[in-house]
Design a protein around this ligand. Structure first.
Ligand SMILES: [Zn+2]
Length: 214
């Protein structure tokens, strides 16, 4: 294929692309009408930080629904190329303006985050819905002095407020010991014989400090 033949072919392709634009615009408008008739009255766009929700009637997004405008730059680029005397086939840069994404109200409410447009102020459960932050839970047994003064919430979502004190309650066969009065206990070694245990108990009762026998 000669160079001029490939140019003729590329021009013919551009012409058919140009000729197809009105049909594509019509198809997009039909899609928009169907979506709105189907109850999808909200449009969700990507914002800088979160998703922005609009009513389909919002003036801020009117251009998005104007599909003739959305295709304008594509059409103009093709027309300019075709008008060139020294036409060189190349890729076209322009793309049509993004089609709007239609949502029903309940679909929007299922999104993990969004912000309601300030212009059209759609009726939504929240103005700004934020993704809940994941906060790890702390086992009660691992609470210590370092947690005193911090706020806590139960697993069920009940706000407990600030932690005032961490108290250990240890229940034994022979009684209950709490950490309130700085109590400490000694764990009896597994290999101790009863005589040594009795001696240890007597020494403790007598108020003498001894090393726990090994
Ligand atoms: Zn809006």
């Amino acid at each position: 294929m000669s160079k001029s033949e490939s140019h003729i072919e590329a021009r013919a392709e551009l012409r058919s692309e140009l000729a197809a634009i009105p049909t594509r615009i019509q198809a997009e408008l039909t899609y928009i009408d169907e979506k709105i008739a189907d109850g999808c009255n909200l449009i969700v766009n990507d914002g800088e930080k979160t998703l922005i929700v609009h009513e389909v009637t919002c003036t801020a997004i009117a251009r998005q629904l104007d599909r003739a405008s959305a295709w304008r730059w594509v059409r103009e680029e093709i027309e300019i190329e075709l008008a060139k005397e020294h036409f060189v086939p190349h890729f076209m840069n322009e793309v049509p303006g993004k089609m709007p994404s239609f949502f029903r109200r309940e679909e929007v409410e299922r999104l993990s985050e969004y912000r309601a447009c300030g212009t059209c102020q759609p009726m939504l459960a929240q103005r700004e819905k934020k993704r809940p932050r994941h906060i790890p839970s702390t086992r009660l047994g691992s609470l210590g002095e370092q947690h005193v003064g911090r706020e806590f919430v139960t697993a069920e979502g009940y706000l407990l407020g600030k932690l005032r004190v961490v108290r250990v309650v240890a229940e034994f066969e022979g009684g209950t010991v709490t950490s309130d009065d700085d109590a400490s206990v000694s764990m009896v070694p597994l290999d101790i014989d009863s005589g040594m245990l009795q001696a240890m108990i007597r020494e403790r009762a007598a108020g003498r400090v001894t090393r726990t026998p090994r």
